[in-house]
Design a protein around this ligand. Structure first.
Ligand code: NDP
Length: 246
């Protein structure tokens, strides 16, 4: 507890799912936390309330990650409200699971805009704001290590970009003591990928541990990478996938 006391954090896409769990877990560790969201204002306000109930400061901003200019502004607004920035969790993302022939170029543009361009814009805006010794943690996916079946082209392509972004940032920011890592969740029970959804049973057959993961299990891994025991870990990946890639 309180290993993150005084740390200032921005979690993109923090209103629901993995981002919301991460925002609360980091606040439990003592951090003040800002989140962005796209349209779930009520859910974002609830996360802020949870953060404040822990005695920390919480902020929420409506920022469409598909709008790179708005993303940059959102990072700067968050840093101003927090009084600096120590940790960026690049989490906002959308799914897109369909055979390649059924995905339009508009689908491609939107998924790349949110999952890739938005993540890039958040990282770019965070670089001058981050304190020396700060952290960046980017959300990839287990499907970048092993594609479980058809329908993953666009989503897996977009999530694979997080590895290149993360490793390159590790090289660029290492001289400031800033680490950059990617986490690769497996099937995690969220609105994006519900454990009782139509694709759930097929996903479980690919796992070593035959169940969906929880948002808390991913949040714990992110909290570890954000914390004082992960100072020499950079440019690498932490996979929390129930053995999907085993
Ligand atoms: P959810 O759909 O449950 O939540 C997504 C969150 O991101 C919400 O807070 C949502 O905000 C926000 N978001 C979505 N689009 C935008 C946008 N355009 N601008 C700003 N915020 C946005 O997703 P998960 O929690 O499941 O996923 C979180 C991350 O983890 C994603 O990057 C995803 O690709 C990755 N991941 C998820 C896995 C899973 O099985 N769940 C597995 C592997 C990776 P709002 O509430 O306003 O819509």
């Amino acid at each position: 507890m309180n290993e993150l006391l005084g740390k200032k954090v921005l979690v993109t896409g923090g209103s629901r799912g993995i981002g919301a769990a991460t925002a609360v877990a980091l606040a439990e560790g003592g951090a003040d936390v800002a989140i962005t969201y796209n349209s779930s204002a009520d859910a974002a306000a609830s996360v802020v309330k949870e953060i404040e109930a822990l005695g920390r400061r919480g902020f929420a901003y409506a920022v469409d990650s598909g709008d790179a200019v708005a993303v940059g502004d959102g990072v700067r607004r968050a840093a101003e409200a927090l009084g600096g920035l120590d940790i960026l969790v690049n989490n906002a993302g959308v799914g897109a699971i369909a055979p390649i022939g059924e995905l339009s170029l508009e689908d491609v543009d939107r998924v790349i805009a949110v999952n890739v361009r938005g993540a890039y814009a958040a990282a770019q805006a965070a670089v001058p704001e981050l304190s020396d010794g700060g952290r960046m943690i980017h959300l990839g996916s287990c499907v970048t290590g092993r594609v479980p079946g058809p329908g993953m082209t666009l989503y897996a392509m977009s999530k694979s970009a997080m590895t290149g972004l993360s490793q390159s940032l590790a090289r660029e920011l290492g001289s400031r003591g800033i680490t950059s890592n990617v986490v690769h969740p497996g099937p995690i029970d969220t609105d994006m990928n519900p454990a009782d959804g139509p694709f759930a049973a097929a996903q479980i057959t690919n796992l070593s541990l035959p169940r969906f993961g929880t948002t808390a299990e991913v949040a714990a891994a992110i909290t570890y990478l954000a914390g004082p025991n992960a100072t020499y870990i950079t440019g690498t990946a932490l996979t929390i996938d129930g053995g999907h890639t085993a």
